[in-house]
Design a protein around this ligand. Structure first.
Ligand SMILES: Cc1cc2nc3c(=O)[nH]c(=O)nc-3n(C[C@H](O)[C@H](O)[C@H](O)COP(=O)(O)OP(=O)(O)OC[C@H]3O[C@@H](n4cnc5c(N)ncnc54)[C@H](O)[C@@H]3O)c2cc1C
Ligand code: SF4
Length: 316
């Protein structure tokens, strides 16, 4: 592990000034992803800015009937919140499908959104990886690709985004609030937060340098049956091969977002019009343009079958 300095900040202004005066600084929240990456020298910040003292740890109602979730709300607290369980069950279920109890006790809302891929070649520093080392190549292409993306990938990177929580946030149309070092604030629809890899897979989000996530807002509840189904190699402590987060209304209409298949939470709003016609029709639209490898082509039918199971469960 490379040496680094550490500072705990107590206001967004202090966080901004720390980030401006240290060009190679990183925010740290729960540390459950960043510290692992630092131990492997995949991330090598020279300065850590601990944001845990910023007080962004509340879940509060918004004026239009939604909820504002502080960036530092722990995954455990978010999943257990009575309002989340009642009105945004999809989010609670997705959170509980992720990691382990111990990890969820530390992991934060912002950190979860910004966790990095679990591509094994990204973690193996002996292998070329455009995400870890831009321009070095991609060891996954032509390698073992069972876990990798089947849609939205590029010739530079075929990694997937690993977050379960982000899939629920995408289906719920969440908005991310941020503060920039110059004092400006902005709202980013969750659909626009994560990027597809293109030829710059090391740039994973639309956040700019030093931009701090302060909260995530959920719009007012939309009702319906909320289901999160995650298919993985082990029953716990494993990332999704495919996951489906769905909100299904009584008339069969609804929303669906899919995890484990792309560099970002995958949702195609136009495909949702097909929901009353069944999983096959939705999957056909949702996966239009997919280009799987021989090893991960099974994900296409797995999406359809998982979605089929979700729609059947929703019918009760
Ligand atoms: C063994 C294991 C199994 C796991 N299994 C799953 C799983 O099944 N599903 C799943 O979804 N996740 C899983 N995870 C990932 C886990 O959910 C994440 O590590 C966690 O959510 C990250 O949150 P954190 O607060 O610890 O982030 P940190 O590690 O502190 O930070 C992560 C990134 O976010 C940035 N950051 C943090 N806060 C802010 C902020 N406010 N503004 C801007 N940037 C910020 C940091 O700079 C860093 O780049 C697993 C992790 C482990 C170790
Ligand atoms: S798929 Fe992406 S993360 Fe994995 S080795 Fe290739 S460039 Fe790196």
């Amino acid at each position: 592990m490379k040496s680094f300095t550490y500072e705990k900040v107590s206001s967004p202004a202090a966080a901004a000034s720390a980030v401006v005066s240290n060009s190679n600084a990183k925010f740290i929240a729960g540390g459950t992803n960043l510290l692992d990456l630092m131990k492997l020298e995949i991330e090598t910040p020279s300065h850590l800015i601990d944001v845990n003292g910023l007080g962004f740890d509340k879940i509060e109602p918004t004026s239009d009937g939604g909820l504002r979730i502080g960036a530092l709300v722990r995954n455990t607290a978010l999943a257990a919140d009575a309002r989340i369980r009642r009105d945004y069950g999809l989010l609670s279920r997705a959170l509980l499908a992720g990691a382990s109890g111990q990890l969820r006790n530390k992991a934060t809302t912002a950190g979860n959104l910004l966790q990095r891929t679990r591509c094994p070649y990204f973690y193996d520093t002996n292998q070329p990886c455009n995400k870890r080392n831009p321009g070095s190549g991609c060891a996954a292409i032509g390698g073992v690709t069972r876990q990798h993306a089947v849609i939205g990938a590029s010739d530079a990177c075929i990694a997937t985004h690993p977050s379960d929580m982000a899939i629920a946030m995408r289906a719920l149309d969440a908005t991310v609030q941020t503060a920039r070092p110059d004092g400006s604030i902005r709202d980013i629809p969750i659909a626009d937060l994560h990027r597809l890899p293109g030829d710059t897979p090391h740039i994973e989000t639309t956040l700019t340098s030093g931009e701090l996530i302060t909260s995530v807002t959920l719009p007012k509840p939309v009702g319906g049956t909320h289901i999160y189904r995650k298919v993985r190699d082990r029953a716990s402590y494993a990332f999704a091969l495919v996951s489906v987060g769905a909100i299904v209304q009584r008339d069969g209409t609804g929303r669906v977002a899919v995890g484990g298949i792309a560099h970002k939470p995958w949702r195609v709003e136009a495909a949702e019009a097909e929901m009353p016609h069944g999983a096959k029709a939705v999957a056909a639209h949702l996966l239009e343009g997919a280009s799987p490898t021989k090893e991960n082509a099974f994900k296409l039918s797995l999406v359809e079958r998982t979605l089929g199971a979700v729609l059947t469960e929703a019918k009760g």
